[in-house]
Ligand binder design. Sequence first.
Ligand SMILES: NC(=O)C1=CN([C@@H]2O[C@H](COP(=O)(O)OP(=O)(O)OC[C@H]3O[C@@H](n4cnc5c(N)ncnc54)[C@H](OP(=O)(O)O)[C@@H]3O)[C@@H](O)[C@H]2O)C=CC1
Ligand SMILES: C=C(/C=C/[C@@H](C)[C@H]1CC[C@H]2C3=CC=C4C[C@@H](O)CC[C@]4(C)[C@H]3CC[C@]12C)C(C)C
Length: 571
Amino acid sequence: MSDAKASPAPVHSKRKIQLVDFLLQFRWILVIFFVLPFSCLYYFSIYLGDIKSERKSFKQRQMEHEENVKEVVKRLGQRDASKDGLVCTARPPWVVVGMRNVDYKRARHFEVDLSKFRNILEIDTERMIAKVEPLVNMAQISRVTVPMNLSLAVLAELDDLTVGGLINGFGVEGSSHIFGLFSDTVVSLEVVLADGRVVRATKDNEYSDLFYAIPWSQGTLGLLVSAEIKLIPVKEYVKLTYKPVTGNLKELAQAYADSFAPRDGDQDNPSKVPEMVEGMIYSPTEGVMMTGEYASKKEAKQRGNVINNYGLWFKPWFYQHAQTALKRGEFVEYIPTRDYYHRHTRSLYWEGKLILPFGDQFWFRFLLGWLMPPKIALLKATQSEAIRNYYHDHHVIQDLLVPLYKVGDCLEYVHREMEVYPIWLCPHRIYKLPVRPMIYPEPGFEEHKRQGDTKYAQMYTDVGVYYVPGAVLRGEPFDGTEKCRQLELWLIENHGFQAQYAVTELTEKNFWRMFDGGLYEKCRRKYKAVGTFMNVYYKSKKGRKTEKEVQEAEQEKAEEESPEVDEPAED
Ligand SMILES: NC(=O)C1=CN([C@@H]2O[C@H](COP(=O)(O)OP(=O)(O)OC[C@H]3O[C@@H](n4cnc5c(N)ncnc54)[C@H](OP(=O)(O)O)[C@@H]3O)[C@@H](O)[C@H]2O)C=CC1
Ligand SMILES: C=C(/C=C/[C@@H](C)[C@H]1CC[C@H]2C3=CC=C4C[C@@H](O)CC[C@]4(C)[C@H]3CC[C@]12C)C(C)C
């Protein structure tokens, strides 16, 4: 019998208005007078740091990198296992992009400061590789590579996302139906292990197990100090086609699949598969599918073509602009490539609407649009406990990774249980690998020859569900915690995965039903992470860590080491 039972029919009683409703309603005052100006200064100081970094030669950056790695090794060596806590990075909880409370950083732990690791170390145009440190963020890398007509193969959308977070967690973008997740575009990882050894892990060297185990491990196998990432050639513009679709949710899901996955299975044929894809579902009956191709400046500037300089501060928010296709019909425009990559940043997808309800109005965009977006770190630093809890209890921010053929079911589930719109759809491959990492395709998927699948990868979709649920908008009760728990069970039953930046209610048993722990545990023991780094479930679990939990985590020992696993790793 199904574990993830659908909830009973909606209760139409009214939810009591609480203090937090007022806090949210008037949050814009704090945002306009404090968060936005300080965000601007914050962004500017980061920008100055980037410029300072860019003025150094690659050689100098590499030399500094080597010194900084030595400092990390030294710091790890200073840890006294008998009294210090387990290791994690020194990034404060409020600085990170995710929704989790990062409670493990509020309990006993041993911090390693990686803040100096913010340089682009090399752009190798022959190997088509960017070597970067883990705190390099998406805005920084696109600012350097796009003018060179190069880009990371998967360039995650929000400016502030870091390479370290995207590799140790997950990253996805409109090109992921070709290249997979962010971690699939990584060529090598330079990692400081628990015992202080610095190793370079690639797909096919002696550390290939570590290479495959690091994605989704949340920094619990070692400290990443640099990564080589695949670059692709790009052009100055993206020619974007907005196609409106109507029908029921299953029909919308099919139209979305048809927008990038040829029904004849010719998924690797560039003439049939667009270079970029995303879908927006605006209601149970309406959506807009967007497909993009890189285009040269010459092509974009040809007579009759519409250029949309989307980076200009007063431009309408992207999801609203795309929605106009429902009224005006299919249209095409040329967007400068970097503006396209960061198209959802200014409005934080559509979460900006709740934070600044008039942020999308023309007068606001024109006067203050240049200050947008508020820095997520400052929003988090200034949100009270009440607002934080509100986001857990009466809001949904989740990314659901589901097989493409289940997108229709997933949309119906989300509609029935949460009624959140708009919904973001972004296809991505999950590769069949020689080993089984934490996330993996459905066993035997290739036999079904489903739309989007190839012999070597199953096509998935990131279903992004962010916003206020219908019940909450109507003033009815909504139990966010229970809805989240049910959603996670639905994902487990449907071979789906939950993005780890989002809040989770998973028990440890269910966490390891969703994610595969085989390779991860093996690497934890082989690379002596047990007893030095926290366990990924301990990091993910919601709620303050009790002293008992902290002690248990610190005392965790690899009790069932199999001899084959226990072999010391070679240098
Ligand atoms: N478009 C997209 O793909 C989007 C992705 N996201 C997700 O948001 C998350 C947050 O991003 P961000 O703020 O950049 O990352 P975080 O700083 O939140 O890092 C995420 C995890 O990775 C670990 N980590 C980060 N850097 C290192 C390192 N150098 N060595 C070892 N472990 C490391 C962190 O460990 P520790 O806890 O020790 O600090 C943490 O557990 C990402 O994981 C990403 O998946 C969110 C929005 C959009
Ligand atoms: C995963 C993706 C995108 C996700 C974004 C929509 C969310 C990622 C982090 C989210 C936020 C973090 C912290 C916040 C502070 C709160 O006070 C308000 C909400 C928010 C700004 C929140 C908003 C949604 C996110 C930006 C990709 C894969 C598309």
